[in-house]
Write a protein that binds this ligand. Structure first.
Ligand code: MN
Length: 228
């Protein structure tokens, strides 16, 4: 691309564990609530259909990393999540075919300006500036399903400065990974390079200056993030 009127943005790519080749990212989708105990802690119904929001691909931060505390919030929250990396696109994907569209998995943080989100919810305004800000999506190296399979159970947890804050199990997802992919593909045609943050278990809470975050999903990997 050598004929652009301003410099073209660099495509976002993510490291792949054990491979020099990288995963090219197209879009980042996120599930709003997907663990019953977290839905309850946010004051929500636990049986409503999944809903989705997005973050820009350049909000991703490959980890381990150190980031500055984000601007425009006094109440940054952590949400540890299993991330699905789509390798094969499609619309109206059947639940039973959904895993064949998955290239691999990662461990992600859906960083959230909870104070702004609460205000937007109260006014029925969009969540974007609470969710889709710069560096709002730290993520581990991705691992191919060809290597680890398709996790449907296992611990998902986050600790801060060595103290555990969130702990759940992938088996407790309200909407399973195949159901989530099928549901999202009814709203948009999924494409290779799309990521899906699949929701967080209970225990969300504040991140402060100087915190060291360690997230884990059993069988998938680890995420290390320092917040300056
Ligand atoms: Mn989330």
């Amino acid at each position: 691309m050598n004929d652009t009127v301003i410099p073209a943005p660099t495509p976002t790519t993510l490291p792949v564990a054990g491979d020099s080749a990288r995963f090219p990212v197209r879009r980042v989708f996120c599930v709003g609530r997907n663990y019953a105990a977290h839905a309850r802690e946010m004051g929500a119904d636990t049986r409503e259909p999944p809903f989705f929001f997005t973050k820009p691909a350049d909000a991703l931060v490959p980890t381990p990393a150190s980031i500055a505390y984000p601007r425009a919030t006094q109440d940054l929250h952590h949400e540890i999540e299993l991330v699905v990396a789509i390798g094969k696109g499609g619309a109206d994907i059947a639940t039973e075919d959904a895993l064949s569209h998955v290239w691999g998995y990662g461990v992600g943080l859906d960083l959230t300006r909870r104070d702004l989100q609460a205000g937007f919810k109260a006014k029925a305004h969009p969540w974007d500036m609470a969710k889709a800000f710069d560096q709002s999506a730290p993520i581990s190296p991705l691992v191919p399903a060809a290597k680890i399979g398709h996790p449907d159970k296992g611990v998902i947890a986050l600790s801060i400065n060595g103290v555990e804050k969130q702990r759940g199990d992938l088996a407790d997802l309200i909407w399973s990974i195949p159901e989530t992919i099928a549901a999202l593909s009814r709203f948009v045609a999924l494409a290779p390079g799309d990521l899906i943050f699949t929701g967080t278990p209970e225990g969300v809470g504040p991140v402060r200056h100087g915190d060291k975050l360690l997230g884990k999903v059993e069988g998938v990997g680890e995420l290390q993030l320092d917040v300056r």
